[in-house]
Structure formats: structure tokens, C-alpha cells
Write a protein that binds this ligand. Structure first.
Ligand SMILES: Nc1nc2c(c(=O)[nH]1)N[C@H]1C(S)=C(S)[C@@H](COP(=O)(O)OP(=O)(O)OC[C@H]3O[C@@H](n4cnc5c(=O)[nH]c(N)nc54)[C@H](O)[C@@H]3O)O[C@H]1N2
Ligand SMILES: Nc1nc2c(c(=O)[nH]1)N[C@H]1C(S)=C(S)[C@@H](COP(=O)(O)OP(=O)(O)OC[C@H]3O[C@@H](n4cnc5c(=O)[nH]c(N)nc54)[C@H](O)[C@@H]3O)O[C@H]1N2
Ligand code: SF4
Ligand SMILES: [Mo]
Length: 729
């Protein structure tokens, strides 16, 4: 902090003193010398591509010299990222040169999790895996193999292999992440909108820590509006985060009570007639029912639930309504919070709807995407078996293609409605990402066969039978991805260096398996074929050359507002209107308007465990990156000074954190930056994989203590429902 606050003048004064001055002078001399020599050597190649370090897909220019990446720089042409490449994006270079990365296919020789492997040739690994998969198919049917993956440009091929194999059991990451928020906004507007925060004058963010949990363009937009243009930011979070530090107002809201805050805002805005009446009558259904429904949710009532003073709630409600349509209640992204998360996000969506901020500058904008072509391939038959999570029965409104991970795990463990004995994993680490790690371990152990495709030895890979090493994103040609939103772009990856080891891109791994599984016809194309089909209709000359030269295609026709604000526009909902009151929810057995359910209070001497991110790590997968590791060499338990002093805990003490799922140990960090009723730890530490040397057995793994709970409507994991006891060791 002190260092970053030092201004340039002070810096020059400090560094120009004594020994520092001598060192600096000699360094500058070196630099001059270096610059002279440099004129003679060829300039590094500048290769545009895309960052693969998180979901955002920012545009990158790689500086490559002599076949080695020297540096990664932002590509300023991308309007979503505007010249930003975050710490993780910079450190992405290390994923290529990490000595701990996977270097060749591996077949397990010891017990699962014992860490004994033998290097195998690709043919051997493909033969071994396909033999195991065919044996499971023979005995249990194609539904006996589960295919799980997380978003990425080559995920598609993996999913398609599972579908071509005949399995209905494809499960993706959304039910650990954003399934409830997506479903809530879709149920209301028929689509998931983007938030035009750059042009908003008033933004309310509840627990969306945008200055640390980076989402582009949202993070960049918020810098533009809140930091540069001084738009107002109201921030609710039980923790004092970086976003809290930039907000005009921060309330350490009582966890799990956000819906009470929103319902009281609705109470004030409707009660005082401050909503957008013209918009509401033209485009929505159900305002009368809502008005009756929210009468009981007064600010005084909400103060008791949220611990935010009633007068502040009234003030915020008025300011929000007055600033509309340039006012936003931001949706958040990771909505895997509580059991009633879907209904909380529905309340937000309704609040935005009655403010009339739909499809307006500074409001919410329906997602626009640039159309990409599709490579046509032979279709396969639909799977014959029902999904093992029985999603249609358990969560009739949830996204069938993504599945519901925790219900799925429960059914697989119970062998219901049928056995699942094979598990193929792509670009995902379920042992870290699912709560209640003991259960995920049991699920792994009851499998006849597990294969993982990754770039490093994840915890799940550590327990697998076969590990396929994928080339990293800087070594691959990948499909193009159309990123929807206010600034639609098409991004694309090209290899900036040759693969360093005996690794392959996922398409080739899928093809190697498909050949042996008798599914070759479905994957008979090259990545170039695929890409060409995708970009061929982009409105530029020679689209493939254009993409290789620029790394991205930007829509000139953005941002666009008001495209849906015509009298004959039909929203993709049952009534064709924005549904404040939802008959579809009622017909499926859910509350048609959001009904408040108070969260359980922590029992005496227990704490609610909450999750969140830091700007320099991605989920559980960058804590072994040597550059990022320097920012946080371990994780700590954040605990407020009040309970800490009661428990005799000081910063640096080892503490034990226990729940019904498990017990972990890590160092305490005693801080006012968290409420007294919660504790927090960073994700991605306490690894079991010894091949992640920096993260192995370092700090604690949150997945070991989190308990199993899910949102009732979407089936999304509810990670913040766990109570833990804390003890000084
Ligand atoms: N640097 C970085 N950026 C990322 C990622 C990453 O791993 N690293 N991951 C990306 C992904 S996949 C996602 S889903 C997003 C996640 O980004 P966000 O949606 O912003 O979610 P989290 O960072 O998990 O933050 C949740 C916040 O909610 C707070 N919170 C907990 N309980 C409550 C509550 O009851 N009420 C309120 N109001 N707040 C509460 C927590 O303290 C925490 O600060 O970030 C994306 N961006
Ligand atoms: N305890 C806990 N659980 C959580 C969360 C949390 O904060 N705490 N967050 C939740 C959220 S929001 C999300 S989105 C999910 C994320 O869940 P996951 O997607 O499982 O999360 P990661 O830890 O990022 O694991 C991704 C794996 O992909 C690998 N990988 C990275 N790049 C490549 C590549 O190019 N190719 C291949 N083949 N592999 C690659 C990484 O090495 C890593 O092992 O987790 C959810 N679960
Ligand atoms: S936010 Fe950072 S890690 Fe994510 S894609 Fe952008 S630069 Fe890469
Ligand atoms: Mo996520």
C-alpha cells in the first residue's frame, strides 16, 4: 500500500539517494548499452491472440523472439478490455514454461491418489482409455460414462465426444457458478442481459466484487463510470473488498439477506410511485400483484434482516429510482450463494424492470452477438437414457445441457437411477470446485475408470487413471468465440510458439479416442476447417487472414440501444412481456413472485463461511503459477477481531476450521475487513497434487469444509450455507 501510494517525485528522491543512486546509475548505463546493441538484433514478432487464463478472453499480443515468448501485452483493439491485461494475463506466459506442467500422457501404476505414474505414448493412452470406455459401455450402457467440463474454446469437441458416445450425462460448470442468475433473468426477460455500467449514473452491487473478480467489460466499465466519471456506487458485502474501497457507500450486509434489501427498495419505489409507469404498462405483466406482495416488506422490517438502517434503504431506493434509467442493480456472476438464490436474483431482475432501465443507455442491454458460421458434421442419435441427475424431474426449468452437478453427484453415489462407472474430465477440477470434497473423492473412487485432460496435474488428475496433457492456449489453434454483450467481438487463438512437450490440442485428443471408439465419422475435420466455417461470413476480405493478423473482429455497430423497445416486440417469455409475475414459475411449483426466506443464523460459536476471489488468481487453478504465487504465497482464514479475541486468536496463529464435511488448518488473518459472524478463505490452496509444488499441502482447501446445498429452482450449488467452528491449534 505504502509503495503504491508513493508519488513519482518521492520515488525519484528516494531512489536518487546514496547507494540507491549509484545502483540506479549503473543500471541506466546498462540499459543504454543494451539499447545500442538492440538496434542490430531483429525485433520480436508481435502475434495477436487471446488470453486463456480465465473466462474473459481478453485480447493479447505475444512478443516472441527466437521461438520464445518474452512478454504478453494487451491488444488495445478489443473494446471490452480497452488495453487491459491483468496480472493473470501477464503471468500466462508461465503456463508454457512452468516446470510443473504436464509433459506427456500418463497412466497410473500405483493406487488412485498415490501419485505413481508411468509415461505412455499417445497411442498407448488412447488404446487403454478406449478399451476401458467400451467395457463400461458394454456393461452399463453409454449412460455409464460421465463427461464433465468447464467453458473453453475446445470444450465443444469434448462434449460432442460424450454425446456421440451416447451418454446423456454431460455436466458443465454453470451449476457451480451462475446457473441461478442466468435462470432468474431469463425467467423475467426471456434472456440474460448485459449491464451498461460505463454509462450508468448509479450502480448497486451486492457481493459482486468487480475490482477483484474481473469480468470484462464490466470491470473496465466500472472504472470508467465510478472512478473517472464519479458515478455513484453502492456496495453490499460482508467483507470490505477492493470494490468496497472504491464505493461511495459500503454496507457489511448480514449474509443471505440481500433479498430483504431489494424487496424493501421495491416497497419504497412502488409505494411512492417512483417506478417507470409508461415502461411498466407497455412492456411488463404483474405490477399490481407485485405492489400487494411487497407491502409487508417495509424498510423497518428490512433493517432488522439486513442490519442496513431503514433510512439508508429509503434513501438508496429514491436515488436509484431518480437516476433511472441510468441506474442498475447489477446481477453478479457467481450466484452459487444460498438455497434461495434464484428468487433473490429474480427480485433484482424485477427491480431493474420497474425502474425501466431495460434496453436503454446506462441500463441493461439485451445481449447482442456476432453470428458465426458452423462447421456441419454428421449428426448422432439423441441419447436413449434419461440424465442421471434426472434434471427434468428435479429442476424442470434448469438448463438440461449443463446439468446440475451436486444432484448428479448424489445420484451417482447412490447408483440411482443407474450406475455411472466412467468419468471423463476436461479443463475442470471437480475435487477443488465441488463442495464436500470427501463426497467427490468417494465418487471418483467408485468409478471403474477416470481420465482427465488438463495442462497441469490438478487434484482431480492426481486421482485419475489416465492423464492427457493438453497444449496450453499459447501453443494452440483454437476455434473462434463470439463474445456477446454491449461490445460484441469475435476472438480467436493461434499458436504463438510450438508446443514445448509431447502435448496435443484437445481436438486431436478427441479424435484419437473417437477413432478407437468407432466414432471417427463425427470428428473427421481439422481445426482449420472448423475455423474457416466459423469466420467465413465475417464482413472482411479473406477472413482467416484477417483473424490471424488482428486476433479479433470487432462489431462497428455497437453499442446499440432500444432494439426491443417497439410495440410489437415479443420477449421470449410465456406472455411475450417482461414477467414481473411469472405464471411459468407457478406452474412449475415455485413462487411466482419472490418470497423472502430468512437465512439460518449461525449457531452460537459458529461462523458462516463465505467465498470470493482475489484479482491475481483464477479459481483453484493459478495458485501454482510462480509469478502469481508471489502475490499470495498461502491462504489465510479471515476472522474479525471480536470473535478472534474471544477465541484467543491472533494473526499468524494456526487455526482449525471444521464443519460436518471436514476439517482443515491454516493461518489466521485477524481483520476488521469481515463481519464478526463470517469467516473467509481464498480458493485454490491446500492442494493434494504433489506436482503443484507451490500449492501442495500449503494453506487449506475450502472444498474440504464446504457442505452440500443447492438452490431449489436452478440446482445451482449454494456455497455460503456452511457453518464452521474455529479453534486455535
Ligand atoms: N481475478 C479473478 N477474476 C475472476 C475469477 C477469478 O477466479 N479470479 N473468476 C471468474 C468467475 S468464474 C466468476 S463466477 C466471477 C465471480 O465473481 P463475483 O460474482 O464477483 O463473485 P465472488 O468474487 O465469488 O464474490 C462474491 C462476493 O460476495 C460476498 N458475499 C458473500 N455472501 C454475501 C451475501 O450474502 N451478500 C452479499 N451482498 N455479498 C456476499 C463475498 O464476500 C464476495 O466478496 O469472477 C470471474 N472473475
Ligand atoms: N470451493 C469453491 N468452489 C468453487 C468456487 C469457489 O470459489 N470455491 N467457484 C465456483 C465457480 S464460480 C466456478 S466457475 C467453478 C470453476 O471450476 P473449475 O473450472 O473446475 O475451476 P478451476 O479451478 O479453474 O479448474 C480448471 C482446470 O482446468 C485446467 N486448465 C486451465 N487451462 C486449461 C486448458 O487450456 N486446457 C485444459 N485441458 N485444462 C486447462 C486447470 O489447470 C484446472 O485444473 O468452481 C466453482 N466452485
Ligand atoms: S481478465 Fe485477466 S486472466 Fe482473464 S482473460 Fe483477461 S487478462 Fe486474461
Ligand atoms: Mo464462475
Amino acid at each position: 500500500m505504502e509503495r503504491t501510494l508513493m508519488d513519482r517525485r518521492t520515488f525519484v528522491q528516494v531512489t536518487a539517494s546514496g547507494a540507491a543512486a549509484a545502483a540506479l546509475a549503473s543500471q541506466l548505463g546498462c540499459l543504454k548499452h543494451f539499447e545500442k546493441g538492440r538496434a542490430a538484433v531483429p525485433q520480436p514478432l508481435q502475434i495477436p491472440t487471446t488470453c486463456g487464463m480465465c473466462v474473459n478472453m481478453c485480447s493479447v499480443i505475444a512478443e516472441v523472439e527466437g521461438g520464445v515468448i518474452h512478454k504478453l501485452n494487451p491488444n488495445p483493439k478489443n473494446p471490452k478490455t480497452r488495453g487491459m491485461l491483468c496480472a493473470r494475463g501477464n503471468a500466462g506466459l508461465k503456463s508454457v514454461y512452468d516446470p510443473d506442467r504436464l509433459k506427456q500422457p500418463l497412466i497410473r501404476v500405483g493406487k488412485r491418489g498415490e501419485g505413481k505414474w508411468r509415461a505412455a505414448s499417445w497411442d498407448e493412452a488412447f488404446d487403454y482409455t478406449s478399451k476401458k470406455l467400451l467395457a463400461i459401455k458394454e456393461k452399463y450402457g453409454p449412460q455409464g460414462v460421465l463427461w464433465s467440463s468447464t467453458e473453453g474454446p475446445q470444450e465443444h469437441f469434448f462434449k460432442n465426444l460424450g454425446l456421440a458416445f451416447g451418454s446423456p450425462n454431460i455436466v458443465r460448470h454453470p451449476s457451480l457458478c451462475l446457473a441461478s442468475v442466468n435462470l432468474a433473468y431469463s425467467a423475467t426477460f426471456g434472456t440474460v442481459p448485459a449491464f451498461d455500467m460505463l454509462n450508468a449514473d448509479y450502480v448497486i452491487m451486492s457481493g459482486a466484487n468487480r475490482f477483484e473478480s474481473i469480468i470484462t467489460p464490466d470491470t473496465m466499465d466500472l472504472i470508467g463510470s465510478v472512478m473517472l466519471r464519479k458515478a455513484r456506487l453502492v456496495y453490499l458485502d460482508p467483507r470490505f473488498t477492493v470494490t468496497a474501497s472504491k464505493a461511495d457507500t459500503w454496507f457489511p450486509i448480514r449474509p443471505g439477506t440481500d433479498m430483504a434489501f431489494i424487496l424493501a427498495m421495491l416497497n419504497v419505489i412502488i409505494g411512492e410511485g417512483r417506478y417507470d409507469k409508461d415502461f411498466v404498462s407497455a412492456y411488463t405483466v404483474g405490477i399490481d400483484k407485485l405492489a400487494d406482495h411487497v407491502k409487508k416488506y417495509t424498510p423497518d422490517w428490512a433493517e432488522k434482516e439486513t442490519e442496513i438502517p431503514a433510512r439508508e434503504i429509503v434513501k438508496i431506493a429514491r436515488e436509484f429510482a431518480d437516476a433511472a434509467p441510468r441506474a442498475l442493480y447489477y446481477s453478479g456472476r457467481r450466484s452459487s450463494w444460498y438455497k434461495n438464490d434464484f428468487q433473490m436474483r429474480r427480485a433484482q431482475a424485477i427491480l431493474n424492470a420497474i425502474a425501466g432501465n431495460w434496453d436503454r443507455e446506462g441500463g441493461m442491454v439485451p445481449n447482442a452477438a456476432i453470428a458465426l458460421g458452423e462447421y456441419l458434421f454428421m449428426p448422432w442419435d439423441d441419447p436413449a437414457a434419461e440424465r442421471v441427475d434426472q434434471i427434468e424431474k428435479n429442476f424442470p426449468l434448469a438448463a438440461v445441457g449443463d446439468g446440475t452437478y451436486l444432484k448428479l453427484r448424489e445420484n451417482v453415489l447412490a447408483g440411482q437411477p443407474y450406475p455411472v462407472k466412467g468419468w471423463m474430465v476436461y479443463k475442470q477440477d471437480p475435487l477443488s470446485g465441488l463442495p464436500d470434497q470427501g463426497k467427490t473423492l468417494s465418487m471418483l473412487q467408485q468409478m471403474d475408470f477416470v481420465a482427465v485432460t488438463d495442462v497441469q496435474m490438478s487434484d482431480t488428475a492426481w486421482y485419475a487413471d489416465v492423464v492427457f496433457p493438453e497444449a496450453t492456449y499459447l501453443e494452440r489453434l483454437d476455434p473462434a468465440v463470439g463474445l456477446a454483450g454491449i461490445w460484441p467481438v469475435v476472438v480467436f487463438w493461434q499458436p504463438v510458439v510450438k508446443p514445448l512437450h509431447d502435448v496435443k490440442p484437445n481436438l486431436e485428443i478427441v479424435q484419437g479416442l473417437a477413432k478407437r471408439l468407432g466414432l471417427n465419422d463425427y470428428f473427421d475435420y481439422t481445426m482449420e476447417d472448423w475455423l474457416k466455417a466459423q469466420v467465413q461470413d465475417l464482413p472482411v476480405d479473406a477472413p482467416m487472414d484477417y483473424m490471424k493478423k488482428n486476433g479479433l473482429f470487432v462489431s462497428k455497430d455497437a453499442p446499440k440501444y432500444g432494439t426491443t423497445l417497439t410495440p410489437d416486440h415479443r420477449f421470449i417469455t410465456k406472455t411475450g412481456k417482461i414477467e414481473i409475475y411469472s405464471e411459468r414459475l407457478q406452474e412449475s411449483g415455485y413462487d411466482p413472485l419472490p418470497v423472502y426466506q430468512p437465512p439460518a443464523a449461525p449457531p452460537p460459536d459458529k461462523f458462516r463461511m463465505i467465498l470470493g476471489r482475489r484479482a491475481y488468481f483464477t479459481q483453484a487453478n493459478t495458485s501454482n503459477n510462480p509469478w502469481l504465487h508471489e502475490f499470495a504465497p498461502t491462504n489465510h482464514l479471515w476472522i474479525n477481531p471480536q470473535p478472534a479475541s474471544r477465541l484467543g486468536i491472533s494473526t499468524g496463529d494456526q487455526v482449525e476450521v471444521s464443519s460436518t464435511s471436514g476439517t482443515v488448518r491454516l493461518q489466521a488473518r485477524v481483520t476488521e475487513e469481515i463481519r464478526p459472524d463470517c469467516v473467509f478463505m481464498l480458493h485454490g490452496f491446500g492442494k493434494h497434487s504433489r506436482w503443484q509444488k507451490l500449492a501442495y499441502d500449503n494453506g487449506a482447501c475450502d472444498a474440504q469444509v464446504l457442505e452440500t446445498a443447492w438452490d431449489q429452482v436452478s440446482g445451482n450449488a449454494a456455497f455460503h450455507e456452511t457453518f464452521v467452528t474455529i479453534r486455535k491449534v
